[in-house]
Design a protein around this ligand. Structure first.
Ligand SMILES: NC(=O)c1ccc[n+]([C@@H]2O[C@H](COP(=O)([O-])OP(=O)(O)OC[C@H]3O[C@@H](n4cnc5c(N)ncnc54)[C@H](OP(=O)(O)O)[C@@H]3O)[C@@H](O)[C@H]2O)c1
Length: 257
């Protein structure tokens, strides 16, 4: 029996990971801010799959929240075998439309929390000679796209670099880069999604399943859908200036009108 800790477990991609891992018989540590929702999720997963689901309420935009989760990951008596750093959010609007407080909050959740939690987990995993970390980035990591894209580019670079440094230790690290996924993400950010074509939407359960397969294959980067693999390949051929223009115009479409 192994244990997985998932941040942002109560909705969207995190909830899909929780369902998938619970169905596979893994015990879970569920992390988010909304305690009521966490408890309901833990009860449901326990009742349906017979696994143990621990609840850890933490705000990863706060030092105290990061420390709480890092302490759990470092608990040698109750080891965590798989960490999914998934919690994240979007800010509506382009550069200078977003307040500095919100920009900094994004860097705290997407970068600082990911660094500190990955490190806490990887240290304990390296001692045991096994373990895995999935850091949820985005295809936005590969296009010029303000603080969101920049924070996800950091996740990709950091994760692939750390994966290389820990090669041979038994600890696997992988950055996951989905395209648009139907979750609460866009609604929470107040972003309209009418302009996003139907074919661009991915299913969270399929994203989680592919990610776990790619981790098992030893990949350090997962782009979980052939459509986005093609798009990412094509994006490499487009000059960065043109790509930046397309990205900025798309941002305007589903940012403030
Ligand atoms: N949806 C997409 O199109 C898409 C595409 C590419 C990448 N991603 C990335 O995928 C990840 C998950 O996104 P999602 O679409 O599944 O979002 P979602 O449906 O909005 O779920 C976000 C989850 O994160 C938790 N969370 C948010 N802020 C938190 C904080 N400060 N501390 C702790 N937990 C927090 C939320 O619970 P509480 O509110 O209770 O804390 C919730 O469980 C994010 O990193 C996102 O950037 C999403």
């Amino acid at each position: 029996m192994t244990t997985a800790l998932i941040t942002g477990s109560t909705a969207g991609i995190g909830a899909a990971f929780a369902r998938r891992l619970a169905a596979g018989g893994h015990d879970l540590v569920l992390v988010a801010r909304d305690v009521k929702r966490l408890r309901e999720q833990a009860t449901e997963l326990h009742d349906r799959h017979g696994i143990e689901a621990e609840v850890l309420a933490a705000d990863l935009a706060e030092d105290s929240g990061i420390e709480t989760v890092a302490a759990r990951l470092g608990d040698r008596r109750n080891p965590v075998d798989l960490l999914i750093n998934n919690a994240g959010f979007g800010n509506k609007g382009r550069y200078l439309d977003v307040s500095m407080a919100d920009e900094l909050k994004m860097l705290k959740v997407h970068c600082e929390a990911v660094l500190r939690l990955t490190s806490a987990a990887a240290e304990a995993m390296r001692e045991r000679g096994r373990g895995g970390v999935v850091n949820v980035a985005s295809v936005a990591a590969f296009v010029p796209r303000g603080t969101y894209g920049a924070s996800k580019a950091w996740v990709v670079q950091f994760t692939q670099g750390a994966a290389r440094d820990l090669a041979g230790s038994g600890v696997r690290l992988m950055a996951l880069c989905p395209g648009f996924v139907r979750t609460e993400f866009h609604e929470r950010a107040g972003m309209g999604t009418d302009n996003i074509p139907g074919w661009m939407w991915l299913d969270a359960d399929k994203v989680a399943a592919t990610a776990l397969e790619d981790l098992a294959r030893g990949r350090s980067l997962s782009v979980p859908d052939p459509r986005y693999k093609v798009l990412m390949g094509a994006a490499k051929l487009v000059p960065r200036g043109v790509l930046g223009g397309i990205s900025s115009r798309t941002g305007r479409k589903y940012g403030p009108q």
